[in-house]
Design a protein around this ligand. Structure first.
Ligand code: AN0
Ligand code: CP
Length: 315
């Protein structure tokens, strides 16, 4: 695996999930695999879980880990042929090549602009890193996807599902800020790759890009969607069309105990960070059906499975 940016970079999803399961059972089983190898993590945006769990994953494999708040470094230029007489001090061509001298694997977190849809949906920044880096690159959440989160979510569902093909519902919920579509896009494409029964529910106007949701049931009726669900996965996102807008703050979309009662004793999931009593009521997130902490725990083993595959050079 030379890059991990989406489910389509994974040759065998079942094998990767099984590897994560095994690493969870015995996190130090490969503690010398990454000896003398360096993981460099660049954060252009903040993170709690991804930063700590990916560092932990590297450490469990014996890697040395360097983490940088890249947003505080030079402003990077990404355009080919740019005349660099403005505020951008360094071109991605040099930056990615230089980082490759110090790193055996590079991780990058970079949120979307939410203003330039074309550039965001080309996943412009991470793809330019991949283009100019000499070593494998792992997405730590890019403009349009968050594959390490989705892999951890798949692992969590595999651990908690009661039927072979569980009913999974991705529900929009309100949020005061303009958030990316990345977690939801990724979640939808990984659920489809797992062949789960996926329903997406959101208010009118919140359709995600069809390339991520093709094959899912889509409805604006949240309560109907919740009927008989095994897993409720909640996330806010801003609109795709028109791009990056908040069209609704309707608190009736909050995940409440009444709505969870419509499910098949369903589990509650969210990638975190979550706004309590905006996205989800305390009674739901604090209930035994809530898997949010287990999802965060599984982030370590998802990252470890991906790093392991890269270290074993199976590409
Ligand atoms: C980010 C998002 O929605 O993409 C990070 C989620 C993992 N969320 C916030 O900024 C609140
Ligand atoms: N879920 C997730 O990626 O959280 P962070 O933004 O804290 O990394």
């Amino acid at each position: 695996m030379k890059q991990f940016t989406s489910v389509s970079d994974v040759k065998d999803i079942d094998a990767l999930v099984n590897s994560a399961k095994k690493l969870k059972a015995d996190p130090l089983a490969f503690k010398t695999l990454g000896q003398d190898k360096t993981l460099v993590l660049l954060f252009f945006n903040p993170s709690l879980r991804t930063r700590l769990s990916t560092q932990k994953a590297g450490m469990n494999l014996g890697m040395s880990v360097i983490t940088m708040n890249a947003g505080q470094g030079w402003q990077l230029e990404f355009e080919d042929g740019a005349v660099m007489n403005t505020d951008k001090a360094e071109h991605i061509k040099e930056a990615a090549a230089v980082i490759s001298q110090y790193a055996d694997i590079i991780g990058i977190r970079t949120f979307p602009s939410l203003t330039d849809r074309d550039k965001d949906y080309q996943d412009f920044i991470i793809h330019n890193f991949i283009r100019y880096a000499a070593v494998p690159v792992v997405s730590l959440e890019s403009a349009i996807r968050h594959p390490l989160q989705s892999l951890a979510d798949v692992l969590t569902i595999e651990e908690w599902k009661k039927t072979e093909k569980p009913k999974v519902v991705l529900s929009w919920a309100p949020h005061p800020r303009t958030l990316p579509q990345a977690v939801s896009n990724s979640f939808a494409e990984w659920m489809m790759a797992m062949d789960y029964d996926l329903t997406i529910t959101h208010p009118a106007g919140y359709d995600l890009h069809p390339s991520f949701t093709q094959g899912a049931k889509i409805t604006n009726d949240q309560k109907a969607a919740f009927e008989g669900a095994d897993f409720i996965y909640t996330k806010n996102w801003s609109t795709y069309e028109p791009y990056g807008q908040i069209l609704s703050q309707d608190e009736n979309w909050q995940i409440t105990a009444d709505k969870m009662a419509l499910t098949n004793l369903g589990c509650f999931m969210h990638c975190l960070p979550v706004r309590r009593n905006v996205i989800v009521a305390d009674a739901v997130i604090d209930s035994p059906q809530s898997l949010v902490i287990e999802q965060s725990n599984n982030r370590t083993y998802a990252a470890q499975a991906v790093l392991r595959e890269m270290l074993e050079q199976r590409f």
